[in-house]
Design a protein around this ligand. Structure first.
Ligand code: NAI
Ligand code: MG
Length: 496
């Protein structure tokens, strides 16, 4: 794991893979496979498999949950908070020490560009560092019931937590759920997406080396149906953190309801960038291009809708389409501007929206087609696309495409902008671009979203709470707010 990025990339170019990849579940402190079933792990930049991993099911999930329960009761619930902090801090250090390997594996597994993967690895380290510092600051309150009474609360760890992770930010999203759970004294069973299982397994090695006791962090790999569903249905899981589609989120919540298990759901969005005529045009174009073309548009908080005032629309779209057209596509490990989408299924899904738009004669200002790596002719790629002048009920406006596809809606007033911006079932993030502070504040007040950006996009850090309204989800992750999911309040009253 000490090889440099350059030599690892060379290894992939020569062999199609990298050495040292885990291929088993991680349960009770060791890598194990109970059965022989395995699945291929694909490189989206070539559409070719580069590794195999264990395909687990209910049996593996039961063992992992049992290990997590035993570790919770036996060691972790009553572990000293500063010790938990030190272990998480050490994990952050180890992530940084192995950043090159993690970066190349994450890029190869997900398709994302090297620069983006590097950012995700740094983000994961920072997340562990942040919650390391929080582990010994989880505290309760006291209440004035009178001179002969003492009433206080204790924040206790909630117990065994399940983490069902998507494929767009495999390591970063794992970290944002697992780090606060561990900091709070919870144990973990993680189920990474079947498209991107590698970094969750590599984290097992890192956490073990950092001193995490056996059974506190477990990973079961496999499909959503075979491994995710038994985990969501497990009666000995106390909290489920899920990020993914609305449809799967609903089935996870239904499963949780049967056991009255608490959920945190992050279910994506159709987030509007509201651009007013008085904005700084270059700043707005740059931010919005980044918001929809980064990670090939596969971001829950992508700025996938442009809600723009008519007066500035042409100037804006001229600049944005020039920028979109100049972006270089390619295999993630060559570090282009835009990498492939993550899977054949995702390519199919995006492709369906593109051909439907074409058939309906939607005005296309940029892109509009699927493509391949210009150097090799391989892989699952989508051109950075802009669809102009869409009606409020257009599927391109209403549905999460999860690709580099921007849907433009033209408006004539501030009031209309707010109404149009709020006009979907989602409410994850929103952006406002204007030089007028009053208008920015008015819109910030009106927009129904968990996070609002002003004259920028992704102005975030692990410090800032994140999560959605409406069908974008339930609960908040990140920040100190993100710890709440992993603690339960015990109130104590005493008379003396
Ligand atoms: P998905 O929601 O089905 O998958 C996410 C995770 O859930 C994966 O780990 C998967 O194995 C697991 N899963 C699937 N079915 C399950 C079940 N019945 N019980 C428990 N776990 C289950 O999403 P998918 O099919 O990968 O992508 C479809 C669409 O979902 C994307 O096109 C995108 O629109 C959206 N999505 C949103 C994400 C976000 O960041 N909010 C992330 C990934 C996908
Ligand atoms: Mg993969």
């Amino acid at each position: 794991m000490t090889a440099s990025i350059d030599s690892l990339v060379k290894e992939v170019q020569e062999t199609g893979s990298v050495s040292g990849l885990p291929d088993k579940h991680f349960i009770a402190g060791s890598f194990r496979a109970l059965g022989n079933e395995a699945l291929d792990c694909f490189d989206p930049g070539t559409a070719k498999p580069f590794a195999r991993f264990a395909a687990g099911g209910a049996e593996e999930v039961n063992e992992a949950v049992a290990a997590a329960r035993e570790a919770f009761e036996g060691v972790w619930r009553d572990s000293l908070p500063p010790l938990r902090g030190r272990i998480l801090g050490k994990a952050a250090e180890l992530i940084r020490a192995r950043a090159d390997y993690l970066t190349v594996v994450e890029s190869l597994d997900s398709g994302k560009t090297l620069s983006e993967a590097k950012g995700d690895v740094a983000n994961a380290a920072r997340t562990f560092e942040y919650y390391a510092g929080a582990a010994d600051k989880i505290q309760g309150d006291s209440f004035p019931l009178g001179p002969n009474c003492l009433a206080y609360t204790v924040e206790e760890p909630i117990g065994v937590t399940a983490h069902i992770i998507p494929w767009n930010y495999p390591l970063a999203m794992l970290a944002r759920g697992v780090a606060p759970a561990l900091a709070a004294g919870c144990t973990v069973v993680a189920k990474p997406a079947e498209q991107t299982p590698m970094t969750a397994l590599l984290m097992a090695q890192i956490l073990q080396e950092a001193g995490l006791p056996d059974g506190v962090y477990n990973v079961v790999t496999g499909t959503g149906e075979a491994a995710g569903a038994p985990l969501a249905n497990h009666k000995d899981v106390d909290h489920i953190t899920f990020t993914g589609s609305v449809a799967t989120g609903m089935s996870v919540m239904q499963a949780a309801a049967r056991n009255i298990t608490q959920v945190t759901l992050e279910l994506g969005g159709k987030s509007p960038a509201v651009v007013l005529a008085d904005c700084d045009l270059d700043q707005a174009v740059g931010s919005i291009a980044g918001s929809i073309y980064k990670n090939a548009g596969q971001i829950c908080s992508a700025g996938s809708r442009l809600v723009i005032e008519r007066g500035v629309r042409d100037a804006f779209l001229d600049k944005l389409s020039a920028q979109a057209g100049s972006l270089k596509l390619g295999h993630g490990l060559r570090d282009p501007d835009v990498g492939p989408v993550n899977s054949a299924q995702q390519l199919d899904k995006v492709s369906g929206y593109l051909s439907d738009a074409k058939a309906r004669g939607v005005a296309t200002r940029s892109g509009g087609s699927t493509t391949s790596d210009p150097e090799t002719g391989l892989g699952w790629f989508v051109e950075p696309t802009i669809f102009d002048d869409l009606a409020a009920d257009d599927p391109l406006v209403q549905e999460e495409i999860f690709g580099p596809v921007l849907a433009v809606q033209v408006v004539d007033s501030l009031e209309e902008a707010a109404e149009v911006a709020n006009g979907t079932d989602y409410g994850l993030v929103a952006g406002v671009f204007t030089r007028d502070t009053k208008k920015a504040r008015w819109l910030t007040n009106k927009l129904d979203a968990g996070q609002i950006y002003i004259n920028s996009w992704f102005t975030v850090g692990i410090e800032v709470p994140f999560g959605g309204n409406k069908k974008s989800g339930i609960g908040r992750e990140k920040g100190l707010e993100g710890l709440r999911a992993y603690t339960k309040v015990k109130a104590v009253g005493e008379r003396f």
